[in-house]
Design a protein around this ligand. Sequence first.
Ligand code: ADP
Ligand code: MG
Length: 725
Amino acid sequence: MLLSTPIEKIPNIGPIYQKRLKKLGIKTVLDFLFHFPHRYEDFSNIIKISEVKQNTPCCIQGKILDIQNSRAWKKRMALTQAIVSDKTGAIKIIWFNKPYLTQTLKPQDLVCLAGKPVIGDKGLYMSNPIYEKLFQATDYKISATNLTHTGRIIPVYPETEGLSSRWLRFIIKPLLAKLEINMPETLPEKIRKTHRLLPLRTALWQIHFPDSMQKAKKAKERFSFEELFFIGLLMLRERIKLTQKKAYQIALNLSLIQNFVASLPFKLTDAQKKSAWQILKDLEKPRPMNRLLEGDVGSGKTVVATMAALNTMKGGFQTAFMVPTEILAKQHFREIAHLLKDFNLNIGLLTGKEDKFISKKLKNDVVEVSRKKLLEKTAKGEINLLIGTHALIQDKVKFGKLALVILDEQHRFGVEQRAKLCQDKKGQTKLIPHLLSMTATPIPRTLALTLYGDLDLSLITELPKGRKKIITKVTLPPEREKVYRFIKKEVKKGRQVFVICPRIEPTNTVQDNGFNQTDYTKSYGELSWAEVKTVKAEYEKLSKNIFPDLKVRMLYGKMTPKEKEKIMKDMKNKKIDILVSTSVIEVGIDIPNATIMMIEGAERFGLAQLHQFRGRVGRSKFQSFCFLLTDSTAKKTQQRLKALLDSEDGFKLAEKDLEIRGPGNFSGTRQWGIPDLIMSSLKDIFLVEKTRLAAQKILEEDPGLKKYPILRARLERYRRKIHLE
Ligand code: ADP
Ligand code: MG
């Protein structure tokens, strides 16, 4: 058995389990072994039955004297009752709803039982203990290494449907034993020694079946180090790769920029000016820029990016502008075309395949062209700016003279991907375009250092002047009517409203917002999905019962691009009063006249995401409002939502999200598949810095990692896993 062996070849895993495992992304032995427990139970202290104490978790060993099924007549529940004894005494055991146990556990069998003894009508008994059959009887104590579920510290894995911790232990333990010889160490010996890290093999054993809590901690330390070290290496290599590439040098045309700034209907903030300056200076260099422009929602990133694009285009080059959704592509197309209307440029829009293709020439003269024609024009360099979705990085799209790629709300774009956009007919690229990535997702410092370690950072730290603070309220069901009355009043004044629902329709399959709802809901004991507000139901209710005289529409990701475009256009043109939507409007949508954001089932979203929703309003001189509706009075939920009332600072909210909701749900990272372990390590700035230094050092000595083939191979795998390319 090798680390690369597929799970199909692991004994005892049938098709049903294979499917469940694949759902978790577990495809090979290696994936399996890197599925780590999230906590442990310490049952290592095996005691005599005479020493068992009420309410003190313990582990006992003994012989089953009797075991029988019965029914609790009141509760209609299956009971399995047993008596277990050792030399010092006997104790009663009760299992609930596990009648099948009598098939495995028979009188005279030796067992080890772990759990909490409680006191009942007839004395002390163990309720629902974890059991393990003993095949090798010694007088009293079996060596803990032979035990898997009891008599030791046992791993508890994150709860997943159909994959119990018991089952995982049952599979993982023999896997570890089989792999003893075939587990090559990935970390260079020197690094492992310097940082006192456990060898891989030991660490894997100890993270799953630790001899002590101390050892478990050491094992976790090793893996945290390793993963951060990998990321550090990937980022630094990316950086090195870039410094060896060449880019078009785009001279800064100061009078052009001054003209543009003068044409704006507002004054740029100092932070916008500073960021623009940093970017324009980068464009002058012969090396490709790799810059992240970070600014809270509504801070005005688009106009900064437009300045860079304008300078590039007037310098005789092309710009590509990629965004995550069609709605956003169309919005940018409209608005950037408007900002640049006096600059005599060709701007194209390229989206999904059912879409129409528009080329915009001069003023507001929109020309529709075929995709073929648009691509031809792009290849010839006639289109100065091409705005689009992922369609931009299809093979067919080739630019004649692409010098700048702008990404909105999409952080990652590898060098290879960039190079591909400007390949010539022979598949060669001489020059790599500059890259400007924009995000409103505030990134804690550690995250920036690691996950964005290859990027330079520009920050827009202030909002345009005159913006009013958005009034935010956590709203419980009794106040719903009040909110509706308020909405009516605001709409009468001419304002518009967004209503966000967690889901489209009441099924169990659709998840329209970024993170894994089931896990989250489970861990917080919130409502079940059946009770969640859906776009379709709310739309029905609002349009028919609550606001029959207002124009209510709905929007969700699965609508056709045409439908979506029409809705957004109508919203922009104030033909819609209330838009009921899923989280598709989360990023970037700019409708300044909208002043109310009502979020249903607010507890289901992360803070950073809620902050993004809130950022959809408060974009004009009108006072804006955000209502966070929740049925949950759970303290944790209320506390979490209140963080939004206290803070408008996206950075603080992001840190808080990381702290309260834990690692895996951090906005924007789940889709990268960043392992939870890294996310939790990211709280540790010292570790982050240590691993980064280690990565730096090893690359200085051996940039190609030639001396470390195993590390190189793992790294390649890792790169794919976290979607760096
Ligand atoms: P984001 O940074 O969230 O992408 P946008 O670029 O969409 O923000 O800008 C939000 C709104 O603010 C837009 O309507 C834009 O025209 C406007 N805006 C941008 N900069 C300024 C400024 N300096 N003063 C006033 N309004 C501005
Ligand atoms: Mg934006």
